[in-house]
Design a protein around this ligand. Structure first.
Ligand SMILES: [Zn+2]
Length: 692
């Protein structure tokens, strides 16, 4: 049973006594007045004026722009950190259909008069980050989404892809293109073309650019294929930072570097290939949005040449802080990546624009003499698109400090591509997000809380408070090092909507102003939301974690695994469930003690500092120093991502059960039990600390 996890209590903000809650509301009210859509739009125009991939001069210039701005805004210790890491730029990418007809692909996106940015000569052609270099002429096979089951089906139809070029599509359900590349590599394919089928993000979904938000005929979804699901960050320094003098492993030993040639393609370029594929007709669910019969292949041959410059170049992380007035050694870390495949209006510059107005608001408060009790650390990451590189290197460099000081990390990658609020968080912080959403006004005039519920019900999703925040966290953005490597609680925030131009040059200023967020109202809402969440964590008397809700979530994960498991029940879930019940009951006792403490008196946050130190340690207890089997970098035992980037709960145990490896399953079960026991004891000690 949940104890008050989501109840709105007008008397108390979660973690605040009545008195400190009142002053917190005053601070938040001042804060929320500051972020301005017009200022945001100015930043956004500048950020999206030129393509700015990681390692480019323009992206480095933006690093200096952000650093200068933070200094002007009044942030302290503004520092630009340099990491020398693998980058990825195309020298030459070409692809030609050679039989049964000849067709030379353009690998370019078409300009439109209405949008001058689409004529920028510095927009690059189609390329795939960290593709191998090479050249091949070979038969071509259509492999649907390029997932393992697709190759099984090809095999059943007598088709082998060894030495061939596979053509796959960005699929629904989504799987990370790096997983498609690894699968093609394992199948022995010589090269992989991944194209955007209109079924997924084009005219089958709605109006296309420049008349609508979906991808037009020539849009290309760029992106990296780095195997960062094995280990993220610079492939040559797995688990440590790429700082000056760091040891680097030989490139042949790097697990996260693909060995396959790959390139992305628009459906404009892919269509002649699909039309001339030949061979048996592919099944119904392999058919896409083009008015042709999709076939497995048999007649067609293509020539692919990819020559990449994947050399070491600097990436720059910009970092700044506002030191806490009472607890300078407790940090709330806020971050967004800066690098984009091209203009990156949504991904990531919408987040960057929101961040720069949030940081201005914190600077203004500071000028008014209002400083947070705990330290705010803000970061502009680099190389996220290549392999979560900047945040990973930074997290690895400051691992020790972050483990003892970081209370939470709040990530905003894309802040707004539409009006639908979609937060994710470790379960202990989910109730805080729901609470904060009640205190923000959405553009509709309703509260964010109400607008969020309405948007969920429009999308035919559940609207109960307890399921509104997604507590199943996969990978694919900069929270990864914090959660999976450092065991710090994370929150991810975004507003989304129809968005078919992801990683193409049409993800630009025009698109944002026509479709994504005209008026920048959701950008501004994000600045406020992000800032208020940071302020709640920074100023709370007692850190606003809800571990009873966490326990309930972990039980759900176990229940689901149990339902999916072997009916012969070769893994005994009972001891694990007993440990969860114990952790939950300690958490409920603690929640009641916290409530009493906050109601009984005006609280003295200094006296509560020992308690907060204990609460901060819970997340790190979910780490196993050995990591999950086969992926030692991923240390969190509740959360990880599959190779597809899909969320994967209880990763060690789940993967062992899926493989039927009962010995490993039993070991992983014991590790979970141990962590639950440790955390139950920690919460018991925390309750004792309150009652002292
Ligand atoms: Zn992004």
């Amino acid at each position: 049973m949940l104890l008050n996890a989501f109840g709105a209590n007008p008397q108390h903000l979660r973690g605040f006594s009545a008195e400190s809650g009142r002053s917190q509301i005053q601070i938040e009210t001042k804060f929320k007045l500051i972020p301005s859509p017009d200022e945001m739009k100015k930043h956004h125009r500048f950020l999206t004026a030129e393509p700015h991939p990681a390692g480019s001069e323009r992206n480095n210039e933006l690093a200096r722009y952000i650093a200068d701005l933070w200094k002007q805004q009044g942030w302290e210790d503004v520092t630009i950190r340099r990491y020398d890491v693998l980058n990825t730029f195309p020298r030459e990418v070409s692809c030609e259909l050679v039989s049964p007809i000849r067709y030379q692909t353009s690998l370019r996106e078409e300009p439109y008069d209405i949008d001058p940015d689409t004529k920028n000569p510095r927009v690059q052609s189609a390329y795939t980050g960290l593709s191998a270099s090479g050249e091949v002429t070979a038969p071509i096979v259509y492999a649907h989404s390029g997932n393992p089951e697709d190759y099984d089906l090809l095999r059943k139809n007598g088709i082998d892809v060894k030495g061939k070029i596979v053509m796959v599509r960005y699929s629904n359900p989504y799987s990370y293109r790096g997983f498609k590349a690894l699968t093609a590599e394992r199948e022995g394919a010589a090269a992989m073309i991944v194209y955007s089928d209109p079924q997924e993000d084009g005219f089958k979904r709605g109006k296309v650019f420049p008349d609508g938000p979906w991808g037009p005929e020539s849009h290309i979804q760029r992106g990296a294929i780095t195997y960062d699901f094995m280990v993220p960050g610079d492939p040559l320094t797995p688990g440590w930072a790429s700082v000056e003098g760091a040891k680097r492993i030989p490139i042949e030993q790097a697990k996260s570097i693909p060995k396959i040639i790959a390139l992305p393609m628009s459906w404009h370029d892919a269509k002649p290939f699909l039309e001339n594929m030949g061979g048996p007709e592919a099944p119904k669910d392999w058919q896409g949005g083009l008015p042709i019969k999709y076939r497995f292949g048999g007649n067609a041959r293509a020539h692919v040449k990819v020559d990449m410059d994947n050399s070491v170049r600097p990436n720059y992380v910009v970092e700044a802080r506002i030191r806490g007035s009472e607890f300078p050694d407790e940090w709330i870390v806020l971050g967004n990546h800066r690098d984009a495949w091209e203009f990156g209006a949504v991904d990531p510059s919408s987040g960057t624009a929101s961040m720069l107005e949030m940081s201005r608001a914190f600077g203004e408060l500071k000028k008014q003499g209002i400083k947070p009790k705990r330290t705010l650390v803000i970061c502009s990451w680099d190389g996220e698109e290549v392999g979560l590189t900047g945040s990973t290197e930074w997290g690895e460099q400051f691992a020790e400090e972050l483990t003892s000081k970081a209370i939470a990390y709040i990530n905003v990658d894309s802040s707004a591509s539409g009006p639908n609020f979609r937060p994710d968080a470790v379960a202990s912080l989910a109730p805080l997000i729901v609470e904060v959403s009640r205190s923000l006004d959405a553009p509709s005039g309703k509260s964010l809380y109400e607008e969020w519920k309405a948007s969920l019900s429009r999308q035919k999703k559940e609207t109960r408070d307890s399921v509104m925040v997604d507590t199943r966290i996969g990978s694919g953005s900069d929270h990864t090092v914090f959660l999976n490597f450092l065991g710090r609680p994370t929150i991810g925030l975004t507003f989304d909507g129809p968005y078919g131009v992801y990683h193409s040059m049409y993800d630009n200023f025009y698109w944002m102003n026509q479709f994504g967020d005209p008026g920048y109202r959701y950008h501004a809402l994000m600045s406020k939301l992000w800032g208020v969440l940071a302020l709640r964590l920074a100023n709370a008397d007692i850190l606003p974690f809800d571990f009873a809700f966490y326990a309930d979530n972990v039980r759900q994960f176990v229940d689901e695994l149990q339902k999916k498991s072997d009916p012969q029940k070769r893994f005994d879930f009972k001891p694990l469930l007993a440990r969860i019940a114990q952790f939950e009951s300690e958490a409920q006792v603690l929640n009641r003690a916290v409530e009493r403490k906050l109601e009984s008196e005006k609280s003295d946050s200094r006296a509560l500092s020992g308690l907060n130190q204990q609460l901060m340690r819970v997340e790190a207890n979910w780490l196993n120093p050995d990591g999950i089997p086969g992926r030692p970098w991923f240390k969190h035992i509740l959360y990880a991502a599959r190779y597809t980037y899909a969320h994967l709960e209880l990763p060690g145990l789940t993967e062992a059960i899926e493989k039927g490896d009962w010995q490993v399953a039993s070991q992983q079960g014991k590790i979970l039990e141990g962590a639950l026991e440790k955390n139950a004891a920690l919460l018991r000690a925390a309750t004792a600390e309150i009652s002292r």
